[in-house]
Design a protein around this ligand. Structure first.
Ligand SMILES: *Cc1c(COP(=O)(O)O)cnc(C)c1O
Length: 460
């Protein structure tokens, strides 16, 4: 019998960053001193930091070598041309405006396209996209399929747009919709993928109503990997082929290079329409810098260019998506309730099922985050009532359907052994769940309250 070899990391580790080990007592004190706010912890007091996958990727030797080849970016930077060539080769778009990060690309695109009172349909807006639509006096509309809100539905593409609702919406509000957007993978919906059939379907509807169609492409490569795994007809296609097909249906994309370009900073807006390129690159001078550097150093653009070519490697993606799934499977084995199936960049603990004795006004996902930090020095992030803020009309908490603690896995940073530590820590918290009490505010800022909120523990 030949044993199948286990799948391990497809890289060697040649630089390491030592991390601080703390005791449970130290952690209990530290988190209490922040007012039970995980954002206020120093990163040096965290053992495994799962706050975000944004800008936290470990770059490759090839990317670091590119950093040394960076020039003093301004007009005509060679690294800009390398970035342009990478976007043209990998994604197939003609024009690129580099930006300091993803939200800046959203700012350029939406500043040009949106007028007051316009709607922007999307499967689910990411926070910054939503904020930019609102900032331009527009109205974000989320039209994701209903399965996205069912934590145990095994539907394979829970990020898909509801095509029927999109078509109805456009039929009713056509003049007030300047563009259609689609977020792949769907971050706010748990990193759930969007199928090729759905991208094609949205494209056909957008064309029918003569609307430009843009993808929020932050995790395009992870999405392509899911298409290869789960969608009929794609098993024998290469990831670069799938990526090119995904982008062949759209007019452009906004991109945060801090995600699937494996870089620590940067982003871009890419498109095929020369007039839109002229308008957005003109605006970029105002907000970002000259259109051949967009607020980035030459070395940053080089790291992005190289990261874009690396990220479509199937071995890498199998490891990446596989590691997130490995953590999800361990948690399921321990009966810890999570959002299923796991998405591409994070595992989400389902705080409503984890702590059913805590009503949403007691911030169950935040309470869970605090306990996981105390248990294992692990920092997740609350995607629940605190993040959601207050309803503009009622001023009550704007209770979200899902109350979650997101465990976001940085790319190429932690080993599977770390995943085991996370799973055991979650299982230990699960075992003592009934003793966990809720939280209440002692301080709440009027906007973006999650960053600075302070809490105290409620009694039993
Ligand atoms: C991170 C992210 C953005 C914003 O990118 P930044 O680089 O953080 O500005 C936009 N959309 C999605 C889906 C994201 O995950």
């Amino acid at each position: 019998m030949v044993r199948p070899l286990p799948q391990a990391e497809p890289f060697r580790i040649k630089v390491v960053e030592p991390v601080n080990m703390t005791t449970r007592e130290e952690r209990a004190k530290k988190i209490e001193s922040t007012g039970f706010n995980l954002f206020s912890l120093k990163s040096t007091d965290v053992y495994i930091d799962l706050l975000t996958d944004s800008g936290t990727s470990a770059m490759s030797d090839n990317q670091w070598a590119g950093i040394m080849l960076g020039d003093e970016a301004y007009a005509g930077s060679k690294n800009y041309y390398n970035l342009l060539a990478a976007v043209q080769d990998v994604m197939g778009f003609q024009y690129v405006v580099p930006t300091h990060q993803g939200r800046a690309a959203e700012n350029l695109l939406l500043s040009i396209m949106l007028r007051e009172g316009n709607f922007v349909p999307n499967n689910m807006h990411f926070d910054t996209t939503k904020a930019h639509v609102l900032h331009k006096s527009g109205i974000p509309v989320d039209l994701v399929r209903q399965e996205a809100f069912d934590p145990i539905s095994q539907y394979p593409f829970k990020g898909d747009m509801d095509l029927e609702r999109l078509e109805d919406f456009l039929a009713e509000n056509c003049e007030r919709v300047p563009l259609v957007m689609l977020t792949v993978t769907c971050n706010s919906g748990g990193g759930q993928p969007v199928s090729m059939a759905n991208i094609r379907g949205v494209s056909a509807i957008a064309k029918k109503f003569n609307k430009p169609f843009f993808i929020d492409a932050c995790r395009f490569a992870e999405n392509a990997y899911f298409i290869k795994q789960r969608e009929e007809g794609y098993r024998d296609k290469s990831i670069p082929e799938i990526v090119r097909e995904m982008f062949s249906y759209v007019d452009g994309c906004t991109m945060s290079a801090k995600k699937d370009a494996l870089a620590n900073i940067g982003g871009f807006l890419a498109m095929n329409d020369v007039k839109l390129y002229q308008e957005t690159s003109g605006l970029a001078v105002l907000f970002e810098g000259f259109p051949t550097y967009g607020g980035l150093a030459g070395r940053d653009m080089e790291a992005i260019a190289r990261g874009l070519r690396e990220v479509v490697d199937e071995e890498y993606l199998a490891y990446r998506v596989g590691q997130v799934k490995y953590l999800g499977d361990l948690l399921i084995k321990y009966d810890v309730p999570i959002i299923e199936p796991v998405g591409g960049h994070a595992v989400y603990l389902d705080a409503k099922r984890f702590l059913p004795h805590l009503p949403q006004w007691q911030f169950p996902a935040q309470a869970l985050g605090v306990e996981l930090y105390i248990e294992g020095g692990i920092r997740g992030v609350e995607i629940g009532t605190c993040l959601s803020g207050r309803h503009p009309k009622t001023n009550d908490h704007d209770y979200p359907k899902l109350e979650m603690l997101r465990l976001t896995i940085p790319r190429r940073v932690y080993t599977d052994r770390h995943m085991e530590v996370i799973a055991v820590a979650c299982a230990n918290v699960w075992d003592r769940r009934e003793a966990i009490t809720g939280l209440e505010f002692t301080y709440e800022a009027p906007i973006l309250r999650h960053f600075t909120a302070k809490f105290r523990r409620l009694g039993k």
